[in-house]
Design a protein around this ligand. Structure first.
Ligand SMILES: [Fe+2]
Length: 187
């Protein structure tokens, strides 16, 4: 694997493998899915996609959780490590994080990074939203349903996912169109 990809894997492993083994399985699944989408992007950019797949949930690690909002805690941690700014921004904004930031009153904090709204970011959202908590491939609809069930209807996360669903679905659909156009099997 490439340098940033290897680095991302080791950072994610260090923080997730022991304390959060299920989360570790999930991020490995997301990175595997991200690898499928690599041919859609320039090589250096596709390295960032795989690294972001590994690192997007690192902010859940008990030793890194600070605000309790994992995209922000993860991005801040990566910035402290001098990770590329673009990687930090991908982590900060993964899977429609701005909507959850709003619900948590953390929009100003998240606004330190910009959501790039590109095929790279769409592919990260797609990989996350089509990978189960155990790292298995699932459909977008199954993934959304599982999140709603896991958190319960009154949880902030369930409210967030209801609000974010159209934006998440659009990113998933754009990526799947690109994969189909490139002749890449993903189901
Ligand atoms: Fe995730």
């Amino acid at each position: 694997m490439n340098r940033i990809g290897n680095w991302g894997t080791e950072i994610a492993r260090h923080h997730l493998e022991k304390p959060l083994p299920r989360r570790w399985a999930h991020v490995r699944g997301v990175a595997k899915r991200a690898r499928l989408a690599r041919p859609l992007l320039q090589p250096e950019i596709s390295d960032l996609l795989v690294a972001a797949g590994m690192l997007h949930d690192v902010g859940y690690a008990p030793d890194l959780a600070n605000t309790g909002f994992h995209p922000l805690d993860g991005a801040r941690y990566l910035r402290r490590l001098d990770a590329p700014e673009r990687l930090c921004a991908l982590v900060a904004h993964h899977s429609c994080a701005w909507r959850e930031a709003e619900l948590r009153g953390l929009s100003a904090e998240l606004a330190e990074w910009v959501d790039e709204e590109t095929p790279l970011r769409d592919a990260l959202w797609w990989a996350d939203m089509t990978t189960s908590p155990d790292g298995e491939v699932v459909s977008f609809d199954e993934r959304v349903k599982e999140i709603q069930e896991r958190y319960g209807p009154d949880d902030l996360v369930a409210f967030f996912i209801r609000q974010a669903e159209p934006e998440l679905r659009a990113a998933v659909e754009r990526t799947e169109e690109r994969l189909r156009a490139a002749g890449i099997e993903f189901e």
